[in-house]
Design a protein around this ligand. Structure first.
Ligand code: BES
Ligand code: ZN
Ligand code: ZN
Length: 504
């Protein structure tokens, strides 16, 4: 049932290219390109008429279908607005390509040709190919594994050709597309893992998926620590959170070793929060949007799929992926508010709210990274509702104890179009979580919840260069995004972490 998507580049004449849909990007303030002019002529002025009538103003994100009635080889034309030329960036092309694929699937198109008339001289066609491939998969993605009827329409496969009239550009586009497709397929699988409900994807199942992913490429080794081994190792953080569920927790450790010499001798750790369902536990959440807490494993999914990408792309780096998988549920066996737990690091924590569980599992994950002798650790977690209040659903919060790492992550965010915004990591916040009857308490005062959460997690980074990504906001698609990709998980973090490692 899962959608088959494929992207390639080809030298072609847009008027002669046979496709169910031919997608064009159009600037709002620039006169038509030669290609668009010739297309308009072939269609007896249909495009200029649309513009004149004001039906299509080429505003960023707007789009309109045109039917070609056999005047050119393609069945339909999809015009997509770039907006004003001076405001267009790589991200404009990304959104346009996503929109093209999203709309093409909606009308049941099986073949799509994309023609973005960017400036030929100063364009980085390899980067463009990568971005278009990522974007097409992003827009074409549908979560359909539990749909038994095909009534909703839409196609089950999409073959995309990026067309250009220069062979030199095609070679570069193709090189970028090759990399982009690896990243995009992995990101879409992260979305599928996140979209799977908690009765399907529980910790042991997540571990089985990790084993499967690790076996799918060379260079990955996956070890799974079950609840009995956790008890032997005194991993009190993750164990406590998982206690209240019949679905017991798992810590998943994936090691990537490159074939040749690595750029880094001390490994980098990616640590993901993977709460397969967060009911809040005994400090139970209101029921309204509780179902969304199946996405509380987004950080873990991002880590898993990034590991697959770096192995597939054969990056010369030593990297560990550490995924803390647990289900937070109220039950006779649950951990309780007031419980004092001893974490893997030896630090004790007074649990004042069982819904602040992400930081507890991460405490053990970061200690695992430290024991594996990692020098750098990045944790990624849907950690706080407060971060969503602070930044909305557009950006992830970035906290760090290291300036260089901060800059690299900001650059990766710009490169991947998975935005982050730096928030403070300071002692002031850590003071709020100092315990009286245990070393730490798992909640602070009323304000600045995202910063307090980060301060808590930072206590376990010790001497590692560490960054924390709070991805609670962008864990699923928000409104403007829904016009070019399906609602639900967007697999946030896969491109961000991949960019960071590719540019290491
Ligand atoms: N998983 C939630 C955070 C969350 C909220 C993610 C909304 C995505 C959307 C986390 O475990 C949580 O419940 N945090 C609490 C912390 C509080 C008890 C200090 C929160 O944000 O309310
Ligand atoms: Zn919670
Ligand atoms: Zn949570």
């Amino acid at each position: 049932m899962t959608m088959k998507i494929d992207v390639k580049a080809a030298k072609a004449d847009v008027l002669k290219f046979k496709a169910d849909c031919l997608a064009f990007g159009v600037y709002s303030d620039v006169k038509n390109s030669d290609i668009l002019e010739s297309l308009d002529k072939k269609l007896e002025g249909a495009i200029s008429r649309l513009k004149k009538l004001g039906d299509f103003k080429a505003k960023a994100g707007s789009s309109i279908f045109l039917y070609t009635h056999g005047k050119i080889a393609a069945e339909r034309i999809l015009l997509i607005g770039f907006g004003e030329k001076k405001t267009a960036t790589m991200d404009t092309f990304r959104k346009t390509a996503s929109k093209a694929a999203y709309e093409a699937i909606n009308v049941g198109a099986k073949t799509l040709a994309i023609c973005l008339h960017y400036d030929e001289q100063d364009s980085n066609f390899e980067k463009l190919g990568k971005v278009i491939a990522e974007a097409v998969h992003f827009g074409a993605y549908r979560y359909d594994e539990f749909l038994t009827s095909t009534e909703n329409g839409g196609s089950k496969s999409l073959s995309v050709t990026v067309i250009n009239d220069s062979q030199k550009n095609i070679v570069k586009l193709a090189a970028g597309i090759k990399i982009g497709q690896v990243i995009a397929k992995a990101q879409n699988y992260a979305r599928t893992l996140c979209n799977r409900p908690a009765n399907v994807l529980y910790p042991a199942q997540f571990a089985a998926e990790a084993k499967k992913i690790a076996a799918s490429v060379q260079g990955l080794r996956c070890t799974v620590i079950d609840e009995k081994q956790m008890a032997q190792k005194n991993m009190g953080g993750i164990l406590s959170v998982g206690k209240g569920s019949i679905n017991k927790p798992r810590m998943i450790i994936i090691k990537y070793t490159p074939k040749g010499k690595a750029k880094n001798s001390e490994p980098i750790a990616l640590v993901g929060k993977a709460i397969t369902f967060d009911s809040g536990g005994i400090s139970i959440k209101p029921s309204g949007d509780m179902h969304e807490m199946k996405y509380d494993m987004t950080g873990g999914a991002a880590v898993l799929m990034t590991m697959q990408i770096i192995a597939a792309l054969k990056l010369p780096l030593n990297v560990y992926g550490i995924i803390c998988a647990a289900e937070n549920r109220p039950d006779g066996g649950s951990f309780l508010p007031g419980d004092i737990i001893t974490t893997f690091s030896g630090k004790t924590i007074e649990v004042l709210n069982t819904d602040a569980e992400g930081r507890l599992v991460l405490s053990d994950g970061l200690e695992q990274a430290r024991q594996l002798k990692c020098k750098t650790a990045i944790d990624i977690a849907t950690l706080t509702g407060a971060c969503v209040v602070a930044l909305g659903k557009h950006k992830a919060g970035l906290f760090s104890n290291d300036e260089k790492l901060t800059e690299k992550l900001k650059a990766a965010a710009a490169d991947s179009s998975e935005p982050v915004w730096q928030l403070p990591y300071e002692q002031l916040y850590a003071d709020e979580i100092k315990g009286k009857i245990a070393d730490l308490k798992n909640i602070g005062g009323r304000w600045g919840g995202a910063c307090i959460g980060a301060a808590f997690v930072g206590e376990f980074a010790k001497d590692m260069a560490w960054a924390h990504l709070d991805i609670a906001g962008p864990m699923d698609a928000s409104d403007p995004m829904k016009s070019y990709t399906q609602a639900g998980s967007i697999g946030f973090g896969v491109r961000l972490l991949t960019s960071y490692l590719m540019n290491y």
